[in-house]
Design a protein around this ligand. Structure first.
Ligand SMILES: Cc1ncc(COP(=O)(O)O)c(C=O)c1O
Length: 212
């Protein structure tokens, strides 16, 4: 028997997605709402009309305005925010700016995103550090199992933990604030892979205060 066709969402009208399939993979290849596509086109046209004004004279003020608007949405201090091209670049920017020593440990979990795991593997390869992967059970009964799996994998050599807020393959929401505080209490900085969280979960970055 073929699965039942789901009811059409009231939100569907905001996307160009074709009506003859049910799109579930917004995580890997999210489609863009029409309103945003229109705004993008408007900006592209503006850039083409006055390239120097757009890309040079007014570039920073436009980005600053966007950064402040985003900061408000994320509960962040705009001074602590910087735009990067995508999540993988963000993770790269942090990890490649740190200096690891041989035998340092970089902690992550087996629910992480492969491209970001590769960043850790490469940093480890260059420095002689080691990537430690905490095994988080799936399916889960409670948040405690996530926290316990991560804390169990900490050693005195753990320098950094890269933890997803919303996991990609398993679609779990990790109790990120609790994890950050527990790691902090043990002297470990957390790099949050926050892909999926903005727009999906209410965020207050100033309260979450991860190292990165
Ligand atoms: C948890 C997570 N981190 C990172 C990424 C990478 O995102 P990007 O391709 O925008 O760098 C993804 C993409 O799906 C993801 O799900």
């Amino acid at each position: 028997m073929s699965p039942k066709w789901p009811a059409t969402s009231d939100w569907k009208k905001h996307w160009l997605l074709s009506g003859d399939s049910v799109f579930l993979n917004h995580g890997s290849f999210g489609a863009c709402p029409k309103l945003i596509l229109k705004a993008q086109s408007r900006l592209r046209e503006l850039m083409e009309t006055k390239p120097v004004q757009f890309l040079w004279r007014h570039h920073d003020e436009r980005l600053d305005a966007a950064r402040h608007a985003l900061a408000e949405f994320l509960g962040a201090d705009a001074a602590n925010l910087a735009f990067v091209t995508n999540a993988t670049t963000g993770v790269n920017s942090v990890v490649r700016s740190l200096e690891f020593q041989p035998d340092d440990e970089i902690l992550t979990t087996d629910h992480n995103y492969n491209a970001c795991r590769n960043v850790l593997e490469e940093a480890a390869r260059r420095s002689g550090a080691r990537v430690v992967v905490a095994a988080v059970p799936f399916p889960l009964q409670s948040d405690d199992e996530i926290v316990a799996a991560i804390l169990k994998s900490i050693t005195p050599r753990t320098r950094l933990a890269m933890i997803d807020h919303v996991t990609s393959n398993t679609a779990l929401v990790f109790p990120i604030e609790r994890i950050i505080r527990e790691l902090e209490a043990r002297g470990v900085d957390t790099l949050v892979d926050g892909a999926h969280a903005p727009g999906m979960l209410p965020l207050d970055l100033e309260k979450l205060r991860p190292a990165y």
